[in-house]
Design a protein around this ligand. Structure first.
Ligand code: NAD
Length: 472
């Protein structure tokens, strides 16, 4: 098989079909689960700063309505096309199901390289795109809720919210029309780092499984693991940072302009700041430059985390991969051919649709916050602190001993918003990891973790569709 005529949606369908045979659902239900329910392709004009007119191509795909609203990020990239947005929307359906987020899958994309547009042009594009979504009822707290993805962030989400609110005056739940907003605009603390933190929690849980580590010839736990990360954007930066904080060594980093390594470990923030000042990660003090940025992918390491774009590991470079674990932080970084090669090599591929679900999980928390109109922790923080103080006081009085200051602070602390978001995410990722691993163990014929994850997702979406009575 060649990767030449690669279809991302085709790859998702292939993985789906591979898993479908391990489920009980008949072909009709499987067909309904698999297809994209609605594809909105649009064109609109942009008046550029130099006065010229450019026609912008954009998409929003709603893959599944088995639960509403639909949910999924908006990507700004020159490579955006319908096939890609359909694939990403489908992954969102399965992702939400795996982490028990009650949404259907959606995704948006605008075919632009954001680096080639001024801020004012980007604002006009984002606002016009939002207006097009409103016209077709493709956005709203109860219908379809976008979020950031590759090339977009809090700034774009704030523009979307402002456009939506301006066109829905008085709609009390309007803030829930988009997630990933700045905290001052109804965002939730912890959303920015959520996907990277979820990647860390998911991989940490896998690394804590003695049987899995034994099979890979690795020690249990994250500490000391040698990690390589591709992409120092939102997901890559935070994944790398949480691994470093937990005692792993990030020995290789790859960005658009090049890649660097240092066997002793790279300081993520120092590299990040070096890139900010020099415009490149290359020539970082103490590190060696790779000749090509893709060389970092084939570096000897324990965990490889591709966190840039899809399709970066294919039939050509897969045979040279030396990592024991690949954590798919990006969506679709492996082609099906690469997946097969790595499976045969005994590499554990921890699949995207579960591993990078931290973003949508915390987006769900943000949406709930918007609908409830109250910050997490506001009601219970002080009450919990007073209660803890009472319990501690009683314990000390009864035992005649005093708890150490560091422990005292920890015990007394009532939860802030970020504490609740982090612990909600941790619980979600741990539960999802065990659900997938248990499905895998329950059927020895399931060949890999990706197929096990699809089996879990298909079963949940299938149950949801059939219980809706769509298939009497
Ligand atoms: P981002 O734009 O913040 O960062 C991506 C980074 O990758 C950029 O710094 C870019 O320069 C770099 N990059 C691009 N091509 C590269 C290459 N060939 N080699 C090395 N680096 C390269 O985007 P992001 O939000 O971090 O998203 C990254 C991936 O994670 C995407 O696949 C996205 O779909 C997925 N994802 C993102 C989220 C989220 O919450 N942001 C959630 C789930 C999945």
């Amino acid at each position: 098989m060649s990767d030449q005529h690669y279809s991302f949606f085709g790859a998702v369908e292939k993985s789906f079909d591979k898993a479908a045979k391990f489920t009980k659902w008949d072909i009709g239900i499987l067909g309904q689960i698999r297809e994209c329910n609605a594809v909105y392709q649009m064109r609109f004009p942009l008046k550029r700063d130099d006065g010229s007119i450019e026609v912008i191509e954009a998409y929003r795909v709603q893959h599944s309505h088995h639960k509403t609203p639909c949910k999924g990020g908006i990507r700004f990239a020159a490579e955006v096309n319908q096939d890609e947005v359909m694939a990403l929307a489908a992954l969102m359906t399965y992702k939400c199901a795996i982490v028990n987020v009650p949404f259907g899958g959606g995704k948006g994309g605008i075919k632009i390289n954001p680096k080639k547009y001024s801020t004012w042009e980007l604002e006009k594009i984002t606002r016009r795109y939002t207006a097009e979504l409103i016209k077709k009822n493709f956005i709203g707290p109860g219908t379809d809720v976008p979020a950031p993805d590759y090339g977009t962030g809090e700034r774009e989400m704030a523009w979307i919210l402002d456009t939506y609110t301006a066109m829905h005056p008085g709609e009390i739940d309007a803030a829930g029309c988009v997630t990933g907003k700045p905290v001052t605009q109804g965002g939730v603390r912890g959303r920015r780092e959520a996907t990277g933190l979820g990647v860390f929690f998911g991989l940490r849980e896998v690394c804590n499984m003695p049987d899995v580590m034994k099979k890979l010839g690795l020690t249990v736990g994250v500490e000391g693991k040698r990690v390589v990360v591709q992409g120092l954007g939102n997901v890559g930066y935070h994944s790398a940072k949480f691994f470093q904080d937990a005692g792993a060594k990030v020995i290789g980093l790859a960005e658009y302009e090049g890649a660097i390594y240092n066997d002793k470990g790279l300081d993520i923030d120092a590299v990040f700041n070096h890139r900010k000042t020099t415009g490149s990660i290359l020539n970082f003090p103490g590190a060696t430059n790779f000749e090509k940025n893709a060389d970092a992918l084939i570096m000897d390491c324990d965990i490889l985390i591709p966190a840039a774009l899809e399709n970066v590991i294919d039939g050509n470079n897969a045979p040279n991969i030396k990592a024991k674990i690949i954590g798919e932080a990006a969506n679709g970084p492996l082609t099906p051919e690469a997946d097969e090669i790595l499976g045969k090599k005994g590499v554990l591929v921890v699949p995207d649709m579960y591993l990078n679900a931290g973003g949508v999980t915390v987006s769900y928390f943000e949406w709930l916050k918007n609908l409830s109109h109250v910050r997490y922790g506001r009601l219970e923080k002080r009450f919990t602190e007073n209660l803890n103080s009472q319990i501690l006081g009683q314990m000390e009085e009864l035992t005649g001993k005093r708890v150490k200051d560091a422990s005292r602070e920890f015990i007394m602390h009532g939860p802030d918003e970020v504490d609740l978001v982090y612990s909600g995410l941790e619980e979600t990722m741990i539960t999802a990891t065990h659900e997938i691993m248990n499905a895998w163990k329950a059927n020895p014929e399931i060949p890999d973790m990706r197929t096990a994850a699809y089996v879990v997702a298909i079963n949940k979406v299938g149950t949801s569709y059939s219980e809706l009575g769509i298939f009497p």
